[in-house]
Design a protein around this ligand. Structure first.
Ligand SMILES: [Zn+2]
Length: 343
C-alpha cells in the first residue's frame, strides 16, 4: 500500500464527498453477469451479481439514490434533490439487466434508468461494438493458420496493418470505429461468424416483454442511439437521426412524451450548441447523459461515472468507496490547481 493509498483509506467518505459539490452523481454500468458473454469480449469489464449487490448496499448507505424523474424535476426547477443524490444507469440494454440487475434493484428498492440501443431491442440486430467483440472472441481462439488468412484479408481489402502476432491483430480490431464498419463484414466472413445465428441462440438484448415488465416495476428507460456509433465521428445528419430516432423509439415503448438520451462511449467534445439545437428541434429528447466524471456541463447535460470495472472489489466486495474517494480527491486537487474550470 502506498502512502497515497493509506491517506485515502484514512479519509472518511463523507469528508471526501463534501469536497466536490454536484446536484447529482450518476453511476453508469453496462453488464452484470457471473461470466462475460462472447459479445463483450475485449470491450467491456463487468461485475458479478455479488459485487453489484455490494455496490448497491454501499450506495444505499452513503447516498440518496434518486430516479430520472427526480433529476429531471430538479433540473426544471420544480423540486430539489436531496443531499448526496446518486442516480443509477445501465447502458446497451443487455438481457442481463432483466436477469441479474432487476431482481437486485427490486430487492433493495432502488430506482434505475436503462438506456437502449434501439435497433437491437428484441435481438433484431447485433450492435456494431458487439459485432467487434465477437470477432475479438474468435481471434482469441482461432488457430494460427486461419489468423494468417484474416491478416491477409484485412491488408488486401481494407489496407489495415494488423501486425504479425495474435495480440497485434486483436488490438487492431479493437481499435476499429464506426468508420471501419465494413471491415467487420470481412472479419465475420473470414472468422466464420454468423451474427443472425448468434442473435437467435444467445438473445443478448432485452425483449419488449421484458422491457414492459420493468416499466411496470417502475424502472425508467432512455435511448442510447439506434446503432451505437462514436457520435463524434458521424456527420450532422446521422448525429441528429441517431439521437432523435432512438428517443422516438423509446417514447413509443414507454408512452412518455420525451426520453432521456445517453451517449455511447462519450460525447468527446461535441459542441453543446449543436446538441442544444437538436434538442430545440425535437421536444422528445430529455436530459442528455455523458461520461465525463465530475465536470460541470450545460444545464441539459448530466455527467456520469463508470462503475463497470471490478478491479479491487474482491470476489464479493465493492470498490466504490475507494474509487469514489479517489475521484473526489483528484477532482478537488484539479480545481485547486486551477485546471478545474469545467469542474
Ligand atoms: Zn453503450
Amino acid at each position: 500500500m502506498s502512502l497515497v493509498d493509506v491517506a485515502i483509506a484514512a479519509i472518511p467518505h463523507a469528508f471526501a464527498a463534501a469536497l466536490v459539490r454536484r446536484d447529482v452523481l450518476v453511476a453508469n454500468y453496462h453488464l452484470i453477469a457471473p461470466a462475460a458473454p462472447a459479445h463483450v469480449t475485449g470491450i467491456l469489464p463487468h461485475k458479478t451479481p455479488q459485487q453489484f449487490e455490494q455496490d448497491l448496499l454501499f450506495l444505499k448507505n452513503n447516498y440518496n439514490v434518486v430516479s430520472y424523474s427526480d433529476v429531471l424535476a430538479a433540473r426544471n426547477g420544480d423540486a430539489a434533490l436531496p443531499n448526496r443524490a446518486m442516480m443509477i444507469t445501465f447502458d446497451d440494454g443487455f438481457r442481463e439487466c432483466f436477469e441479474f440487475v432487476r431482481p437486485l434493484l427490486l430487492k433493495h428498492e432502488l430506482p434505475c434508468t436503462f438506456f437502449l440501443i434501439t435497433d437491437s431491442i428484441d435481438n433484431r440486430t447485433l450492435a456494431y461494438p458487439n459485432r467487434t467483440a465477437l470477432c475479438l472472441d474468435a481471434i482469441q481462439t482461432s488457430d494460427t493458420h486461419s489468423l494468417a488468412d484474416i491478416r491477409n484479408a484485412l491488408k488486401t481489402t481494407h489496407d489495415i496493418d494488423s501486425g504479425p502476432s495474435r495480440d497485434e491483430l486483436f488490438q487492431a480490431v479493437r481499435a476499429l470505429t464506426i468508420r471501419d464498419v465494413t471491415v467487420l463484414d470481412t472479419l465475420e466472413a473470414a472468422l466464420e461468424i454468423d451474427t443472425a445465428a448468434y442473435l437467435d441462440e444467445t438473445a443478448p438484448y432485452l425483449t419488449p416483454d421484458q422491457i414492459q415488465e420493468m416499466i411496470r416495476d417502475g424502472f425508467a428507460f432512455g435511448a442510447h442511439t439506434r446503432t451505437h456509433p462514436q457520435l463524434w465521428l458521424v456527420d450532422d445528419e446521422r448525429l441528429e437521426s441517431e439521437i432523435t430516432e432512438s428517443c422516438e423509439a423509446v417514447c413509443a415503448i414507454t408512452g412518455e412524451t420525451a426520453a432521456p438520451f445517453a451517449f455511447p462511449y462519450r460525447s468527446n467534445g461535441l459542441a453543446r450548441e449543436r446538441l442544444a439545437a437538436i434538442r430545440d428541434r425535437h421536444a422528445h429528447i430529455g436530459l442528455v447523459f455523458d461520461t465525463h466524471g465530475y465536470v460541470r456541463d450545460a444545464s441539459f447535460m448530466v455527467p456520469r461515472l463508470s462503475f463497470d470495472d471490478p478491479a479491487g472489489a474482491g470476489e464479493n466486495g465493492s470498490n466504490l468507496a475507494e474509487g469514489l474517494k479517489r475521484g473526489y480527491i483528484a477532482q478537488a486537487i484539479k480545481t485547486l490547481l486551477g485546471r478545474g474550470k469545467m469542474g
